[in-house]
Design a protein around this ligand. Structure first.
Ligand code: ABN
Length: 187
C-alpha cells in the first residue's frame, strides 16, 4: 500500500479511538443550537430604524434645512447650483465684478458661444441658455463652476463647454463665463 494511504489510515484510526460518536453528536448539537439562537440575541437596530424614517425632530429639521439650502442656491446667481448654470464651465462672472448675464468692466463677451437647456424651477419651464465667455483679462479665479447637463461631446462644439470661446476675440484671454437666456425651449 502507498505510504500516504497508510499514514491517513493510521491517523484516522487514532482519531476514531480518541473520540466517541456520542461526543461528536454533542458538539454538533451545540453548534446547531447556537446558530439557531444567534438571531434572537439583542442587536442595536436604532440607526437603521432612524435612516428608514427620521422620526427625531433634529433629523427632520436637518433634512428640511438641506432642502431649503438647495432651493436657495438654485436662485442665487453666485452659487454654482443657480438654475441657469446647468451647462456652464468656468468662473462665474457674478463673482468677478459682472453679473450672471453681463461681463465685468474691461472684458468683452465672446461672439461665439455654446448653448444649453436649463429647467427653471420657479415657473417649471425649460429655457435655452447661451453661455458666453468674457474675454480680455486673465482668469478671474473666483467661483469655478463646471456643470454638464445635456452637454454633448466635442464633435457637437456648440453644445460643449470645454472650449475657450474667446478664441475669436482680438484678446483671447479667458476671464469668466456668463449665461444669457435666449428664449423658451419648445417641446
Ligand atoms: N468655456 C470656458 C472655458 C474657457 C477656457 C478653457 C476651457 C473652458
Amino acid at each position: 500500500m502507498h505510504a500516504l494511504d497508510r499514514l491517513v489510515e493510521k491517523s484516522t484510526r487514532a482519531l476514531a479511538q480518541r473520540t466517541s460518536r456520542r461526543g461528536f453528536l454533542g458538539v454538533l448539537g451545540q453548534a446547531l443550537t447556537g446558530s439557531l439562537l444567534l438571531p434572537l440575541l439583542p442587536i442595536d437596530r436604532v440607526n437603521r430604524a432612524e435612516a428608514a424614517s427620521p422620526a427625531s425632530p433634529a433629523a427632520s429639521n436637518a433634512a428640511a434645512a438641506a432642502a431649503a439650502g438647495g432651493s436657495q442656491a438654485r436662485n442665487d446667481p453666485q452659487a454654482c447650483e443657480y438654475w441657469k448654470y446647468c451647462a456652464i464651465d468656468g468662473f462665474l462672472c457674478s463673482c468677478c465684478g459682472g453679473s450672471s448675464h453681463s461681463c465685468p468692466p474691461g472684458t468683452a463677451a465672446s461672439p461665439i458661444t455654446w448653448i444649453g437647456t436649463c429647467h427653471n424651477p420657479a415657473d417649471g419651464r425649460d429655457y435655452i441658455v447661451s453661455y458666453n465667455d468674457c474675454c480680455g483679462k486673465t482668469s478671474c479665479g473666483n467661483c469655478m463652476c463646471n456643470r454638464n447637463e445635456h452637454e454633448k461631446p466635442m464633435y457637437r462644439l456648440s453644445r460643449n463647454n470645454d472650449v475657450n470661446w474667446c478664441m475669436a476675440n482680438s484678446d483671447a484671454n479667458y476671464h469668466c463665463s456668463v449665461s444669457v437666456i435666449l428664449g423658451l425651449a419648445e417641446q
